[in-house]
Design a protein around this ligand. Structure first.
Ligand code: UT7
Length: 331
């Protein structure tokens, strides 16, 4: 009997309409288009402006896009994972609400949080359920409303992040397509450098935490940058050497979109040509859990069955890793 692998068989996406440009940001904080473009590669990002709507609003739309494109009945879905750092509310689960909203009435659902590596870790989780033979259709959604946790008076963070959602479906495959290998890492000593201090169990919300802006993302950009560059490059390189892949064998590098300079450094280390590096950071900024599925949705029309994809991500925690996946279909 041939081994069951877990392949991505469909993708979908949702982006809010509102475009926050570098020019508009320059009216909020002391910055300019030149600085943002040269330091990050970002020109604009999307912001969810719908009142009283959170991450599930986008997750539902990305999932519906996938279901409509692939003609799949939501009732066939066994499981829904929402990878997110910005759940609708601390309790209850965003994935459970999302599954119900899309009509996945036969699925169970839960959230998965690993900051900017949430989707990458989610790929590993979704694929494992398929490989075990236990489930046949696992919907993995990466969605974040980063604008809900960003301080728009802090120029070091507000220029980077944006809102968005992407979705992929994992199904069993018997001709060797899908997830081939993974190398996932984490290091808790990194939590000092990228965090939201308040609103959790250590420091519950209070008047003081609100006054001090401790419910916003705080990051020591330079330190995170340094770790991101070396760790993302290390794991991407490991995927190639461990699977005896040369740079010619790689069809696409699919890197988390945090900073164009981090992406370029990773590509350089594994010697992958710029034309084979997926990039959309200029349009969306860093959408945290949504960057990887948004890349797949934007590049889907260029992907061919058998293409070798190397995913790499780095995020708060610290969390990071790489996945080697063979693309399973032609669009
Ligand atoms: O996705 C999760 C992981 N997150 C990341 O991977 C993010 C990693 N970090 C970064 O991408 C970069 O560190 C940033 C884009 C956040 C910052 O870029 P940088 O090149 O590391 O800048 P810096 O923080 O070292 O600041 C350099 C200078 C400082 O001024 P002085 O002290 O040299 O006078 C900052 O105050 O640039 C200043 N600066 C700005 N100037 C204009 C910081 N932010 C801005 C800004 N506009 N928005």
């Amino acid at each position: 009997m041939s081994k069951i692998t877990a392949a991505i068989t469909a993708v979908g996406k949702y982006l809010p309409d509102y475009i926050l440009t570098n020019k508009e940001l320059a009216t909020l904080v002391e910055t300019n288009d030149d600085w943002i473009t040269s330091r990050t590669g970002i020109k604009e990002r999307r912001i969810l402006k719908e009142p009283n709507q959170g991450t599930s609003f986008m997750a539902v739309r990305a999932a519906k896009d996938l279901l409509e494109k692939s003609n799949i009945d939501a009732k066939e879905i066994d499981m829904v994972i929402v990878a997110t750092a910005t759940p609708d509310m601390p309790v209850a689960s965003t994935a459970v609400f999302t599954a119900t909203e899309i009509g996945a009435t036969n699925a169970f659902a839960y959230d998965l949080q690993a900051a900017c590596s949430s989707f990458l870790y989610g790929m590993s989780t979704a694929a494992s359920y398929i490989e075990s033979g236990r489930y046949k259709k696992v919907l993995l959604i990466g969605a974040d409303k980063m604008s809900s946790i960003i301080d728009y008076t802090d120029r070091a963070t507000c220029i980077i992040f944006g809102d968005g959602a992407g979705a992929v479906l994992f199904e069993p495959n018997s001709d060797g397509m899908g997830l081939q290998d993974e190398y996932l890492r984490s290091d808790g000593s990194g939590r000092e450098f990228l965090k939201i201090e308040a609103g959790g169990s250590i420091l519950p919300a209070s008047e003081d935490t609100l006054k001090n802006g401790q419910h916003f993302v705080h990051q020591e950009g330079k330190t995170v940058f340094k770790f991101a560059v070396s760790n993302m490059a290390d794991v991407a390189e490991k995927m190639l050497t461990r699977n005896q892949l040369t740079n010619d064998d790689i069809s696409w590098l699919v890197p988390h979109q945090a900073n164009k300079r981090i992406i370029e450094a990773t590509a350089k280390r594994v010697n992958i040509d710029a034309v084979k590096v997926m990039m959309n950071i200029h349009k969306y900024g860093n959408t945290t859990s949504a960057t990887l599925p948004l890349l797949l949705a934007d590049y889907e029309h260029l992907l061919k069955k058998g293409d070798n994809l190397i995913f790499a991500a780095f995020g708060g925690g610290f969390t990071w890793g790489a996945i080697y996946l063979k693309w399973a279909y032609n669009s």
